[in-house]
Every structure is written in structure tokens, then in C-alpha cells.
Design a protein around this ligand. Sequence first.
Ligand SMILES: NC(=O)c1ccc[n+]([C@@H]2O[C@H](COP(=O)([O-])OP(=O)(O)OC[C@H]3O[C@@H](n4cnc5c(N)ncnc54)[C@H](OP(=O)(O)O)[C@@H]3O)[C@@H](O)[C@H]2O)c1
Length: 341
Amino acid sequence: MLLQIPDEMKNTKVILANRPKREIEDSNFDVIIEELNEIKDGEILIKIHDISLDPAIRGWMNEGTTYIKGIEIGAVVRTFSAGQVIQSKNSKFKEGSYLSGLLGAQNYCISNGEGLTPLDISNSKISHHLGILGMPGMTAYFGLLKRGEPVSGDIVYISGAAGIVGSTVGQIAKIKGCTVIGSAGSDAKCKFLIEECGFDYAINYKTEDIDQQLKKFAPNGIHIFFDNVGGPTLDIALLNLARGARVVICGAISQYNDMANIHGPKNYMKIVSARGKMNGIIVFDYVEQWPAAVKEIAEWINDGKIKVKEHTIFGLENFSSALKMLYTGENFGKLILNIGS
Ligand SMILES: NC(=O)c1ccc[n+]([C@@H]2O[C@H](COP(=O)([O-])OP(=O)(O)OC[C@H]3O[C@@H](n4cnc5c(N)ncnc54)[C@H](OP(=O)(O)O)[C@@H]3O)[C@@H](O)[C@H]2O)c1
């Protein structure tokens, strides 16, 4: 295989210049170009093709540590990325092979290979390994199956349903025999949920009353609430729990820009009267089980049981504007920044 090793080994990278006060601004980032070092024994040089833009990046831009340490000022912005090994001095990684991992928002990455996942792209797009077959797909799979514990006949309500996590949760819930309700921020996204993903009901939370719609679609309550949004949406869902309901707290994107003043939940006593439980999910806790889950999801995709929607933006220079789309609802599907093949 002929690999494209550039004559001028220069790397363009997006670094964190300062931390956002609330919403992400372009000025939070700098783009710098620097010489690439020669790789040493044990190292590999990776040409990055696709960068995954994930809601969690906003949290990683804050100072301090939650489940993972915040990005240092001046460091390359942490992202899951996928690419090809173009030089290798590490016997575990062959030149020409593909892999993914926390490679960052940059054209090239030099790595010792630790924590990287080899990719088989013979039957799948590289970008799928950052979405449905990557971290977000794994979040949906383990969040629903391990933390939501679905049983055939359950009614599952998913907020932020048109994103890669939400739409995958809903489609797996359908496979498991559940009735699925999703809420999203536009009629087009609601149409996608019903027509492409096979959801039973969709709620446009910007034009419809979630509480009223849940009472209409699930008059006896919901058995699983899979929350990607948090804030007032979580409070409304809590009011609509069926007896024995499970609430899976996956994310709270409505709160990420102001975590110091997080909303609620004020209706948490509904967990008591519903004899319910509220669980968190951190996808990395299941990392050893990812390969089996990837295999199962890939089969579902091949069998036409799961549909995947991607939203691709091109060019590293668009990193900031693309990332901001996640928090305004402008993305429609798994947001990928393609920086060349
Ligand atoms: N716990 C874990 O291990 C883990 C791992 C991965 C992801 N997550 C979480 O899973 C969730 C979904 O992730 P994803 O990758 O699939 O991204 P995503 O759903 O595509 O996230 C972006 C979407 O969130 C919605 N949104 C943005 N601001 C909102 C607001 N103020 N109120 C309501 N909705 C808002 C928008 O859709 P609308 O147009 O519908 O508003 C937007 O398109 C996120 O909360 C993420 O942090 C958790």
C-alpha cells in the first residue's frame, strides 16, 4: 500500500487557548502549526482522517477533574479521532492500518499506541468507529441495557433523541420489544425518529408540551427515562414515571454551559413514590465489553435494524464553528469533522 508521507512534516493543531465562561467561543481556541518530530522506537505516526465532536468536550474545557481531567491550557483539544498509521516503529501497529482513540484535534498524532483501538474498516466507514461503533454507540448500548434494564413491553422515553446516543438507544429499545418515545428540537428530527428509526412517538420539545405529550403517549407512565438533556426535561420526566421505573442519567447537555448553576432536579421524590431508581452511566466502565457490543451493533446495522445518521463538516479550520453546533441543535446526526483521507 502506498502511504502518503508528506515531505514537510508539519502538524496543524487546535489548542485550548482559554476556558469558556459559558458558551464556547472561537477565541477559546488557537490553531498552531509546528514541526513534527521524528518518531522514536515504540512510536507510531498517525494521519488523522476524522475527528469526533462530542458534547463532553465542553466539560473537558473546564478546569478540574470530573471523571476525566480537564484539558490543560495550551494543550491540543482532546477529541476521539480516527486515522491511519503512516509510520511505525511499534510492532503492534502496521503501517497502513487504521485506529481510533483520544488522538486530539490535529492533522497528525505521534503515539506509543497505548489506549488506541485497531479498526477493521473492511465493512464500515472510518467515521462509524467514532459514532455508532465507537464511544457514543457504546454509551447507548450499555446505558440502555446495563443501566436501563429494558424488558419487552416497557415504555422508554429518550430526551435528546435525535443525536447518535439517543437515536441508537431508541433503536435498541425497539429491538428489545419496547415502545419508544423521543423528544428532539425540530420537526425534521422528529420525522427522522419516526420514519427512519422506527420510534413510536416523537415530541418536538420546542413547539409541544413534553408533559402533556407524555401523558397522552404513556398514560400509565414511562418505565425507562434515558436522559441526555437534564434540567427541566428531567423534572418533567420524573413526574411521569411508572412504578419501578429506571432513570438513566447519561448526559445533561442543557446544563453544560453553566455547570455552577445546574437546574434541579426538584421532582426527585417521584423516585420514592414510583419505587424507582436513578442511575448514572460512564461508558468507559464497560470498555472490556466494547468489542462484543461493536459486533452486535454492526450486525444490527447490516440487518437493517439500526439506521445511522451522520453530519459531516470539512476542514480543521472549522473545528470551533462545528463544535458549537452541538449546543445550538444545528447538528443533525453524529457530528464528524473530516480533515481529509
Ligand atoms: N455518560 C457517558 O458516558 C456519555 C458518553 C457519551 C455521550 N454522553 C451524553 O449523551 C448525550 C448525547 O450525546 P450525542 O453524542 O448523541 O450528542 P447529540 O445528541 O448530537 O448532542 C447535540 C444535541 O443536543 C441537543 N441540545 C443541545 N442543547 C440543548 C438544550 N439546551 N436543550 C435540549 N437539547 C439540547 C440538540 O438537539 P435538539 O435539536 O434535539 O435540541 C443537539 O443537536 C450528551 O448529553 C452527552 O454528553 C454521555
